[in-house]
Design a protein around this ligand. Structure first.
Ligand code: HEM
Length: 490
């Protein structure tokens, strides 16, 4: 007779898999802590950021973006750098990448963009024509393409790299004032990279190179650590900034917006069970704590929706109750029941009850603040409305920071590595139109850069893409009476 335990095990085994993440499916993770080392009470009233010495527990998940869950750790790809901080006011997630900029600033492009970086619908192969077709039609991606095809596109393991918010956030104070912020996590041992040949070799010899290195570093007591910094920009600085404060294809020059230390981030504990503690982790930029808010950046605004939405698909409606995702403080809201509810809110009213009225902690810094400078906020809101509207224009401004990387930041060896890395991929494009168009994008960055790539793949040299002048990117300032200035040079 077949034993019930056998049938039960078979039935459970048949259901072991859950959907992998639609992007960032490949990853590695660990636990640790974030410690506040500097008092930031002059820029935010969030108590954690004034509590020097305070430590909060954290979980991190690093990832590649385009490959499936079993793909190689050393693929040329941006890396995800997602951190869940368990604070006394709920979870604060940093859902960052290892690059300070991103491919898009218009969120409607995201699914199109990702589809072209994944598999061809017919051949089920990665497709160089799709890949470069998209990028050549959307030249605001060129800054990220410069970084991606430098050796930073193949980091040496998951823990030897920096992390960046990329997006602009807002940190508020009780009086309703705020500064724009960007967070940086800088690896204390530096950003280590692999050259293209080594990354390719490792992808074949040891696809788990990154997962293994992270696990072994923690197991042997070599705890990976990062110093956390914040860049800040006042609304008035944003109004004068050379670039659009909502544009995540740009960096904020450190010379103008210095890195200010915030704390330490340390990984000192491996998961006991990868699936429960890392695969089931659900990060979202919408998981914030009081005084920390998203900016109006439309890509960030779209992400606020997309992550909880995909978690409900991937993990189920009660994904927030899973131990790795649950906040350390009790939850009180109106969400009830659904599949797999295992944290009950007891007999608390499940509606706005007058029989057992609820008490709320008063909101500070946002709509209920008392000492707000209304005129200042109204003026800035008008500015942000214009900044948001003009985000899609491609102009000369889009080529300045990539050009600075090519001409000023990189040395000869880094320039040559870029040409080699990019040519190795780009030479696989079959479409003559796509090839020529992408070369015009590089020529708009720098003619020599484009010529060197053209020579490397045996293509005729091309003229630069014709782009609008920088002034077209900032029309909204003139319309609103904000002066266009060139103060913010790199
Ligand atoms: C419109 C733009 C974007 C959309 C719609 C989007 C959407 C998504 C989705 C659906 C996932 C899968 C999440 C899961 O299944 O758990 C994901 C993962 C991720 N995304 Fe994005 N993304 C966008 C842009 C970005 C940007 C700009 C960054 C970084 C600055 C970023 C960082 C990450 C990271 C780190 C993960 C992996 C999280 C983890 O390890 O679980 N994404 N994204």
């Amino acid at each position: 007779m077949i034993h019930f335990h056998h049938i039960d095990l078979l039935a459970h085994f048949d259901r072991e898999r859950i959907p992998e993440r639609v992007v960032h499916a490949r990853g590695a993770g660990a636990h640790g802590y974030f410690e506040v080392t500097h008092d930031l009470s002059d820029i935010t009233s969030q108590p954690l950021l004034a509590s020097v010495g305070k430590k909060v527990k954290a979980t991190v998940r690093f990832s590649t973006v385009g490959g499936e869950s079993g793909s190689a750790d050393t693929a040329r790809d941006p890396r995800g750098f997602a951190v869940k901080l368990r604070t006394e006011e709920g979870n604060w997630d940093w859902v960052f990448n290892n690059t300070p900029v991103f491919f898009i600033r218009d969120p409607t492009k995201f699914p199109h963009f990702i589809h072209t970086q994944k598999r061809n619908p017919q051949t089920h192969l990665k497709d160089a024509d799709m890949f470069w077709d998209y990028l050549s039609q959307n030249p605001e991606s060129i800054h990220q393409i410069m970084i991606l095809f430098s050796d930073r596109g193949t980091p040496d393991g998951y823990h030897n790299m920096h992390g960046y918010s990329g997006h602009t956030y807002k940190w508020l104070k009780d009086d309703g004032s705020f500064v724009y912020t960007q967070l940086h996590l800088r690896a204390d041992n530096g950003f280590k990279t692999l050259d293209d040949a080594t990354a390719t070799r490792l992808a074949g010899e040891n696809a788990e190179y990154g997962i293994e290195a992270l696990f072994n570093a923690i197991e042997s007591g070599n705890f990976p650590s990062w110093t956390v910094y914040v860049q800040t920009m006042t609304p008035e600085q944003a109004e004068k900034f050379r670039y659009n404060v909502l544009d995540l294809t740009k960096v904020w020059p450190h010379s103008e917006f210095p890195l200010r230390p915030v704390g330490k981030f340390v990984l000192n504990e491996n998961p006991q069970n990868y699936f429960a503690e890392i695969e089931q982790a659900a990060f979202s930029p919408s998981h914030t704590i009081p005084y920390i808010e998203p900016s109006a950046d439309p890509v960030l605004q779209s992400r606020l929706f997309s992550y909880p939405d995909t978690h409900r698909h991937r993990l189920g409606v009660n994904y927030q109750q899973l131990p790795v995702n649950a906040p350390i403080v009790p939850v009180a809201n109106f969400q009830r029941d659904g599949f797999m509810t295992f944290v009950s809110q007891g007999n608390r009213p499940n509606y706005q009850s007058s029989i057992r009225p609820l008490t709320y902690v008063s909101k500070k810094a946002t709509i209920d603040s008392t000492v707000r400078d209304e005129a200042r906020l109204a003026r800035h809101e008008a500015f942000i409305g214009g900044a948001w509207r003009d985000l899609s224009e491609i102009t000369e401004l889009d080529f300045e920071q990539p050009r600075a990387l090519w001409k000023k930041v990189w040395n000869d060896q880094q320039r040559q590595a870029y040409v080699n890395n990019v040519s190795g991929h780009f030479k696989n494009v079959k479409s003559p139109e796509v090839k020529a168009r992408q070369l015009t994008v590089w020529a708009a960055v720098d003619q020599e850069l484009s010529d060197r790539i053209a020579d490397a793949i045996g293509h005729a040299r091309v003229q630069p893409l014709n782009v609008k002048p920088a002034s077209e990117a900032v029309k909204y300032r003139a319309n609103l009476g904000f002066a266009f200035t060139f103060l913010g040079r790199l």
